[in-house]
Structure formats: C-alpha cells, structure tokens
Design a binder for this molecule. Structure first.
Ligand code: SAM
Length: 284
C-alpha cells in the first residue's frame, strides 16, 4: 500500500478535474433533460439496478454516479479528489438527483465501511480506475467485505495492453511491471480536451487551454491476470471477463477514428484489446 503516492495523486487529480470540467458545458441541464453518461457495455453488465444499493468507487466528479442513480440505484460515490467530490455534490444538488458522496482514499473508506453494518448490492468502478491502486489484494478484499452475500463487483476499464504504447502507437512500455509504480512528472493530463466529443456529451467548451498539471502522478500497470487473481482470492466468483477492440470516450493515440462515442484503431493496424470488463459475485 502506497498511501504517500495516493496523496500525491490526489493533488494531481484536483488540478486535472478543474480542467476536465471546464470543457463539459452545463451538466446539470444535461441531467435535468434526462441525460445519462453510461456506455452500453456497463449498462448491459449491470442490468436492472432499480432499488439496488450501489457504491461507485473512484467516482471522480460524479457524472456516472448520477447516471446510475438515474437508472434507479441508491448510489454512494467515493473519490480521493476534494475538487471532484465538491463538484459531484454540487451537480447532484443542481440536477436534483440524490446521491451520497464521500471524499476518501478508497482503501480507508473500504476499511471503515467493512467495520460498519452497511453492505452493498453492487460495487462498481470504471474507465481509468484500477491503474491508481497500489495494492490489488487489499482492494479486492475490501470490496468483498462491503458486498452483501450474492452482491456483485462490476468494472469496465481500459485494457493494460493500451498502456504499452505511446501516443504515436510505438510499443515502448512493458506489459509486466509486478506492482512497480510509474511516475509521470507531467501529472494527470487534460485527456478530455484530447478526446473532445468522445468524452463530452454536452456542448464542447474550449475552457482551460494548454493545461499544465503542476503535480506529478503515480500509476500502476496491473495485468489482467493480476486483477482477476486478486478478485478470486478476495474471494469473489468470476462470472464474466470480456475484451473489446475499441475505447469508449477516451482517445489514447493520436491516429484513431471516432464512431459514435467509440475510438477505434486505424483500419491498417491489427486489432488489440483496448478495454475489458469483469463481473464477479460474492458467494451466498
Ligand atoms: C479516471 S478517473 C475515473 C473516472 C470515472 N470513470 C468516472 O465515473 O468519471 C480516476 C479517479 O480515481 C480517483 N482516485 C485515484 N486514486 C484513488 C484512491 N486511492 N482512492 C479514491 N479515489 C482515487 C481519482 O481522484 C479520479 O477521480
């Protein structure tokens, strides 16, 4: 567990979240008009969540959390970023969609929750979540501890293979890192500006220009085997594992084509997985 690195990441996410939200237009109006940010992949995996208690781990500024609430779940969002949680609370109020938000390192939140009597039907995280976790086994055990018997963990995230290539799609990073942190001095970037309409459902606003993050950041390049093994050891039962040849919203490489909200590799490139999804269940 590297809480020192998580704290540095918090500062970097605080700065980046301001830049990201500056491009997103009137999000409260988007929700008041019936908008929902979720992609078909997580909607299908989650199924009917009406009336279920759901915790959205690493919820950032709460847009997906409120979308889950829109689908009838009783939602709780948790994120380490102060700015993101402040934004999420304000958006919940402005959009008139009830949700509970906690600002916390998820490791501390999971430990505290496990000591309480509150249990959830679903724990969910998505799109750029697992790469910030310094200890997969403690994370997976924490999730198992706060689920009800029969409760589910669901994630859709960017595939670790995606991170082996730079923006020009040159293969320069290894797949296997065995939990060693990668430090990026440039911090969390303005990937919302880079992804444009892939990530923004409202009108795209120019917002913050040429964003430079003053805070470095630390990521973890967990492989699919390491993630699945941590969940199995938690213990959770794996019910599905899927891979996808496209990236929802986020544009990882310069040369990609957008179809709807999916970014595809150029047609002259061989396919590779850009996202994966996991469903796992706690035994009854
Ligand atoms: C790419 S965002 C996830 C966005 C998410 N898919 C959504 O619904 O918008 C990653 C989030 O993880 C959060 N994060 C990183 N490390 C964390 C930690 N140790 N505990 C809680 N949140 C963390 C960051 O603050 C950031 O908001």
């Amino acid at each position: 567990m590297r809480k020192d690195l998580h704290e540095e990441n918090r500062l970097s996410w605080n700065a980046a979240t301001v830049a990201h939200n500056s491009h997103k237009g009137d999000q409260a109006a988007f929700f008041r008009n019936g908008g929902n940010k979720l992609y078909p992949e997580e909607r299908e995996l989650l199924g009917d969540i009406k009336g279920l208690s759901l915790v959205h781990l690493q919820c950032n500024a709460g847009q997906d959390t409120l979308s889950l609430a829109r689908m009838g779940a009783i939602v709780t969002g948790v994120d380490i970023s102060d700015i993101a949680i402040d934004f999420a609370r304000q958006l919940s109020q402005d959009a008139a969609i009830p949700a509970t938000f906690y600002r916390s390192d998820i490791y501390e939140w999971l430990t505290e929750r496990a000591q309480s009597t509150q249990r959830f039907d679903i724990a969910f995280c998505s799109y750029g979540a697992i790469c910030w976790l310094s200890d997969l086994q403690t994370w997976a055990q924490g999730i198992a501890a706060i689920l009800k018997p029969g409760g589910r963990f669901v994630t859709v995230d960017f595939h670790p293979v995606m991170s082996m290539f730079d923006e020009q799609m040159a293969h320069i990073y290894p797949y296997f890192s065995h939990g060693k942190p990668y430090t990026w001095n440039e911090g969390v970037g303005d990937y919302v500006a880079m992804s444009g309409l892939g990530l923004v459902d409202t009108q795209y606003i120019e917002g913050v220009q040429d964003f430079k993050n003053p805070h470095r950041v630390h990521e973890f390049a967990w492989g699919i085997g390491e993630i699945v093994t941590a969940l199995l050891n938690a213990p959770l039962q794996l019910t599905s594992l899927q891979e996808y040849p496209y990236s929802n919203g986020f544009k990882p490489y310069n040369d990609m084509r957008l179809s709807g909200r999916r970014w595809f590799l150029p047609t002259d490139r061989p396919s590779m997985p850009l996202m994966y999804a996991i469903s796992a269940r706690k035994a009854y």
